[in-house]
Ligand binder design. Structure first.
Ligand code: GDP
Length: 184
């Protein structure tokens, strides 16, 4: 059985934020940052597994701080968890004002990637060697995140918009509920 350490998976990129990547409000477009995150997740998972990888899911990305034109964005990624063919890549995004040196944390996110062989079938990835407390914490947190996601999905699937409970919830929101036009 093949094993690799978290260190073997580490990747980072730094990109200077150009005016062409700004939105109408003059800040860097969130979609551009997501695209860079997808690239680094792919690079990290491919480097670790030695296989072609695809993105299976992306954990919530909360943009904590806006990114300005001219800042230097650094993304650091490493493998947090491995299954048989799946990997969770953790990514930390920071942005630096290169004049003042001030660094802000923009977001942290967790991408689930799956390794594929030449025929497009899932293929197994090396086991992960957990060398530090941080490696172990991130692995356990990934397991917990997956368990929580599974529990939530089951709860979401069971939701029905016409129950008394749903109508009560809706009554607290900025909506007008029209029950006579139920065309589903
Ligand atoms: P954490 O996941 O709770 O430790 O939250 P962080 O915001 O510190 O980091 C998010 C993810 O970014 C981590 O799970 C790592 O996968 C990755 N990461 C953080 N710091 C580093 C680093 O110094 N180098 C590399 N390669 N990846 C990092």
């Amino acid at each position: 059985m093949d094993y690799k350490s978290v260190k073997d998976s580490e990747v980072f990129i730094s990109v200077l934020m150009q005016p062409s990547h700004s939105n109408f409000g003059g800040k860097i477009h969130g979609g551009y940052i997501l695209s860079l995150m997808d690239q680094i997740a792919f690079a990290c998972a491919s480097k670790y597994s030695g296989a072609y990888c695809v993105t299976a899911s992306v954990d919530t990305v909360d943009f904590r701080n806006p990114i300005e034109i001219g800042e230097l964005v650094t993304m650091k990624a490493s493998i947090n968890y491995v299954g048989r063919s799946s990997m969770v890549v953790g990514i930390r995004v920071e942005s630096e004002n290169i004049q003042s040196g001030f660094v802000k944390h923009c977001n942290s996110s967790y991408f689930t990637m799956v390794a594929k062989d030449e025929e497009g079938k899932t293929t197994s990835v090396p086991g992960l060697i957990l060398n530090s407390d941080i490696d172990r914490r991130r692995f356990v947190k990934s397991i917990r995140r997956m368990e929580m996601k599974k529990a939530h999905s089951e709860e979401y699937r069971a939701l029905d918009g016409s129950t008394a409970e749903s109508l009560e919830i809706l009554s607290e929101y900025n909506v007008q509920v029209n029950l006579s036009n139920n065309n589903e």
